[in-house]
Unconditional design. Structure first.
Length: 267
């Protein structure tokens, strides 16, 4: 079994090893791959749940995610209580277990065949993804669904925003939540991109490498998946600086920063 463990513990944080040990207690043959998202970034968490879960991979996959800012209630928390645990079954058989917080379920909510709560404690530990949730996650991975609760109301899960930074890859490419189908431009159209206080010229391209060296491309990126209902591809726009680093050009903005796009005015 392949387990994708997505958490906001921090790159290299021993918390990943602690959670891995708990999962391997009940799934000793599993292969666990780790993905660290920025602190409290439910947007990045949800984006990668969909990117990993809705794309091809080996059978029997489990995505176990934890990004729980505990922002569902501004009052003081009793017994470290936080957002509840959920289970989703994707059309390709991938199981997803993790906390329903912010945008964690936003990208898969219309794709999931099953979307339910899991009847486990919402409190009991500051480190619930290690101390409370692994038993439920491994039971579900082993086809034990006795802890499943009521179906979630999809209307209560927010839609993903359509104008944010979703991820910064190792090359400095900026993956956004702007749907590619929402951009109605001809290739080589000049446009202006603003992120925070930084503004840059860009060129719309239907393929990132179809621009000269040193040009900022605004193009459908490598991230996306097929719509579970009609099979049509879903793609997300990306900012790519050929021969450079788009993230650095925009002053190293954080994930979730708004991205504003407009046509360049001709003088």
């Amino acid at each position: 079994m392949l387990i994708s463990l997505i958490g906001d513990y921090g790159t290299g944080d021993p918390a990943f090893i602690e959670v891995t040990q708990r999962l391997l207690m009940d799934l000793p043959q599993a292969q666990i791959h780790l993905l660290s998202v920025p602190p409290f970034s439910t947007l990045a968490t949800g984006f990668w749940i969909a990117q990993l879960g809705l794309n091809p991979g080996p059978e029997g996959r489990l995505i176990y995610h934890n990004c729980a800012p505990r922002q569902d209630d501004p009052e003081a928390r009793r017994d470290n209580e936080g957002e509840g645990l959920t289970y989703a079954l994707l059309p390709n058989g991938v199981k997803v277990v993790g906390v329903n917080a912010g945008y964690t379920l936003s990208f898969i909510k219309h794709h999931a065949k099953v979307l339910k709560g899991v009847n486990v404690s919402r409190g009991g530990s500051q480190f619930r993804s290690r101390d409370v949730f692994p038993t439920a996650a491994t039971a579900i991975a082993n086809e034990d669904f006795s802890l499943l609760g009521e179906a979630l109301d999809v209307a209560q899960i927010p839609d993903p925003p359509d104008d944010r930074i979703a991820w910064i890859d190792g090359y400095g490419n900026i993956k956004t939540t702007i749907p590619a189908h929402s951009i109605n431009l001809e290739p080589e159209t000049q446009c202006v991109i603003r992120i925070g206080n930084v503004v840059s010229d860009a060129v719309y391209s239907d393929g990132s490498f179809k621009v000269p060296e040193g040009t900022l491309a605004f193009a459908p990126g490598s991230a996306g998946w097929n719509n579970a209902k009609d099979g049509n591809p879903i793609r997300w726009m990306e900012l790519f600086l050929r021969g450079g680093n788009a993230w650095e050009r925009f002053g190293k903005p954080p994930v979730n920063q708004p991205v504003i796009q407009s046509l360049k005015l001709k003088l």
